[in-house]
Design a protein around this ligand. Structure first.
Ligand SMILES: [Zn+2]
Length: 135
């Protein structure tokens, strides 16, 4: 059984994140088979605006679909498996750990690669690093 620990970058990105969600991430890192890094937690409105502009009024690829991201309220985290961006299986493993942790702790979460929780990756369900507290 692997036993990973949150690194420095993960810890600083968890600052200001909703305590319930932080608990889930801390439990998930204990049980995940694939190590991960918290690459984003709380986002300022200005940062969200910057991301929104990318691919619209500024060059680049579109990376966000909303200006009302739960990141602004500290109710979302983005987790990147150590295996990188292209390994969907690793994202799935991290997701499994997140949902197991959330279940144990009685916290309801949603995954950006499966917004409706039906285990099928449909159109628009491609935000694999993204987990947020369910409304
Ligand atoms: Zn996100």
């Amino acid at each position: 059984m692997p036993n990973f620990r949150l690194g420095q970058r993960s810890e600083s990105n968890l600052v200001g994140v909703n305590p319930e969600l932080v608990k889930v991430v801390r439990r998930a890192i204990e049980i995940t088979p694939v190590d991960f890094t918290v690459i984003e937690g709380v986002r300022t409105k200005a940062r969200q605006q910057e991301l929104w502009d990318q691919g619209r009024t500024k060059p680049g690829k579109i990376v966000t679909w909303t200006m009302r991201s739960k990141h602004i309220e500290g109710k979302a985290v983005d987790l990147l498996p150590v295996t990188g961006w292209d390994n969907l299986e690793s994202f799935k493993s991290v997701s499994k750990a997140m949902f197991q942790a959330a279940n144990e702790l009685g916290v309801k979460i949603v995954w950006g690669a499966d917004w409706n929780g039906n285990s099928v990756q449909e159109k628009g369900e491609n935000d694999s690093p993204h987990f947020e507290l369910s409304a």
